[in-house]
Design a protein around this ligand. Structure first.
Ligand code: ARG
Length: 480
């Protein structure tokens, strides 16, 4: 197979080097975007009379056929052709000959690969946001159906105060909402056309970058050719947002794992989402959340790999950058798999409402109520806290819960206690009274659920909100 650069070389590339430098096994995934980019480039070349319309027609037809060949599995890969760009170009030359050799005019693989990744990541960012929104929808449903379920809220993994299970679910909703925002934000910087930067310095041909931008639905074109061919920030941003999202999923996983243990028994995982042990017949293991928790580490690794890859690289393109694809693709796939499996698993969780309630009723979670009661009756909070603390110590010593103490016993610690205090000590009451904005009261959580439902129905994906300029051949106007 002839190399495009063979004019300059007198010796054939070593086979070992061909295998070492080849990336086709990885970047084959970009074929549709590579063809999409080439089509737009070709149309622009014809429009600018850099190639003839007849040549463009041949190229367009040929690229269409190549796409079908790849989709039907009839495409032969050869490591000697390095990457997806050269594979497609080479096949086009085989098919239509001379005209194909003009396609690469005013273009370099450096701006071509930058374009392909942006086109790919634009789609995948939208897919990720959509997947996240489905997951958020599931959380909202779960919160709505279980609105009266109370469980202990924890700090330091010690029982702290009762909260609504729905409030707990909506906490994850908030995290995923921020994740979706982060993806939508990085999308803006992905959605910029690098093509037309050529190798690094731009081109001598009278190209029309705005035309290509409109064709490919980019609202902006890159400002600096050197930056455009060597910028991988948008990949790093996606992977950083993915890492944070995986961190959230790992926290959720950890809770599901803990809650499904016999020590907690707050939830029962669906059989279809757990596995048994080959030796211990009683076991039902929470493999899905465990694997999600583990996969978070992989995605963090991808982020570090990308940062390390780009660290200290001089301008402009360096071959090192070919190594950006394995971690990016791995992150896209891993995150998506984790989001999707959570979306499927969560509605099937069995919520052991009674166990949760009992856990929220024991362990002195109502101690704060004693202190709050005294404080709202004129005792300074620090003093009130000390009195409540003494009451807790007394109760522990006497092997009782706070609500099991008599009024007389409570009065040993403060004369201010009256019989009405016992109305404040149930988990429901404690939840109900936390009406401060963002607190766990049913009223608050119902409002949060309502707002979330509204937002989910209304939220638009970045593809819609940054709708590409219409295909009317007009200038995109805005540049970044
Ligand atoms: N396969 C290469 C990559 O992914 C394409 C760009 C190659 N450019 C070059 N000058 N060798 O980065």
């Amino acid at each position: 197979m002839a190399k495009p650069w063979e004019g300059r070389f007198s010796k054939k590339t070593d086979r070992m080097v061909e295998l070492f430098t080849s990336s086709i096994d990885v970047d084959m995934r970009l074929y549709a975007y590579d063809i999409q980019g080439s089509l737009a480039h070709c149309m622009m070349l014809a429009k600018q009379s850099i190639i003839s319309q007849d040549e463009a027609d041949q190229i367009i037809q040929g690229l269409g056929e190549i796409k079908r060949e790849i989709e039907h599995g009839d495409f032969v890969c050869d490591h000697a052709l390095e990457d997806i760009h050269m594979h497609i170009e080479n096949r086009l030359i085989q098919k239509i000959g001379k005209a194909a050799q003009k396609l690469h005019t005013a273009r370099s693989r450096n701006d071509q690969v930058a374009l392909d990744i942006r086109l790919y990541l634009r789609d995948e960012t939208t897919n990720t946001i959509n997947a996240l929104m489905e997951l958020m929808g599931v959380l909202v449903d779960l919160a709505e159906v279980n609105i009266n379920v109370v469980l202990p809220g924890y700090t330091h993994l010690q029982r702290a105060q009762p909260v609504l299970f729905s409030h707990h679910m909506m906490a994850y909703y908030e995290m995923f909402k921020r994740d979706a925002d982060r993806f939508a934000d990085s999308f803006k910087r992905t959605n910029i056309l690098p093509l037309g930067s050529a190798a690094l310095a731009g081109t001598t041909f009278p190209i029309d970058r705005d035309f290509v931008a409109v064709e490919l639905g980019f609202p902006a074109i890159s400002e600096n050719s050197m930056d455009a061919v060597s910028d991988r920030d948008f990949i790093i941003e996606f992977t950083a947002a993915a890492s944070i999202c995986m961190m959230h999923l790992s926290r959720f996983s950890e809770e599901l794992i803990t809650w499904s243990s016999s020590e907690f028994n707050f939830i029962t995982l669906p059989d279809a989402f757990a596995t048994g042990s080959s030796i211990m017949p009683q076991k039902k293991n929470p493999d899905v959340p465990e694997l999600v928790r583990g996969k978070a580490g992989r995605v963090f690794g991808d982020l570090i790999a990308l940062l390390t890859l780009m660290k200290s690289l001089p301008l402009a393109y360096n071959r090192d950058m070919q190594e950006d694809k394995p971690p990016l693709f791995d992150t896209v796939d891993t995150l998506r798999a984790c989001i999707d499996i959570f979306t499927k698993m969560l509605p099937k969780l069995e919520i052991n409402q009674e166990v949760m309630y009992n856990a929220a009723s024991t362990g002195y979670l109502n101690a704060t109520e004693l202190a709050d009661y005294l404080a709202s009756n004129g005792v300074a909070f620090r003093k009130a806290h000390a009195c409540a603390g003494k009451a807790v110590a007394y109760a522990i010593e006497n092997n009782k819960e706070l609500h099991e103490l008599t009024l007389q016993e409570l009065k040993l610690h403060s004369k201010i206690f009256k019989k009405e205090i016992f109305d404040f000590l149930t988990p429901e009451k404690m939840v109900e009274r936390r009406e401060s904005y963002g607190g766990t009261s049913v009223t608050n959580v119902e409002l949060a659920i309502k707002a979330a439902k509204k937002a989910l129905g209304k939220l638009s994906t970045p593809n819609e909100s940054t709708a590409p300029a219409s295909k009317n051949g007009k200038k995109t106007g805005k540049k970044t």
